[in-house]
Design a protein around this ligand. Structure first.
Ligand SMILES: [Zn+2]
Ligand SMILES: [Zn+2]
Ligand SMILES: [Zn+2]
Length: 140
């Protein structure tokens, strides 16, 4: 795992166990959101078999530190590494449930327009997530 990244994450309060290192490395590599089962399959190929509950615990800790983003696809929680990554949205296939990260650096204008409308009602926005739905290249 990248030393610089490890130091930055440690400063944010991440305590690096073997599991956390493997988890962060796996999420950084994936260019799509991963469920806990996806992560376990990747780990098992490396002959690493942590408890599912420890995985959930670490993922929710990383989510609280804004290092990992949690979103639900096909009724299952999925996780993306978001720390210092370019902002992204998601594309989801209606047919097979395939999900991909779509880089979305320039969505600020659009978002601030909507945020202003929400603010007028007295609400406050802190983050957003967009899912673009359709058919993936295999299903289309
Ligand atoms: Zn994501
Ligand atoms: Zn599909
Ligand atoms: Zn956005």
């Amino acid at each position: 795992m990248d030393k610089q990244l490890e130091e930055k994450l440690a400063k944010k309060g991440v305590y690096f166990t073997h599991l956390v290192k493997e988890l962060v490395t796996t999420l950084v590599k994936a260019n799509k959101p991963l469920s806990v089962d996806d992560v376990l399959i990747i780990f098992s190929k490396k002959k690493f078999f942590p408890y599912k509950t420890s995985l959930y615990r670490q993922l929710s800790r990383l989510a609280k530190l804004d290092i990992v983003e949690e979103s639900v696809f096909s009724g299952i929680k999925h996780y993306c590494f978001v720390f210092e990554e370019d902002h992204h949205h998601h594309f989801e296939c209606d047919e097979c449930g395939y999900v991909e990260k779509i880089s979305a650096k320039n969505c600020d204008d659009f978002v601030s327009k909507i945020s202003r409308k929400i603010k007028k009602k007295g609400h406050k926005t802190t983050s957003h997530s967009f899912v673009l739905k359709g058919l993936c290249s295999k299903c289309a």
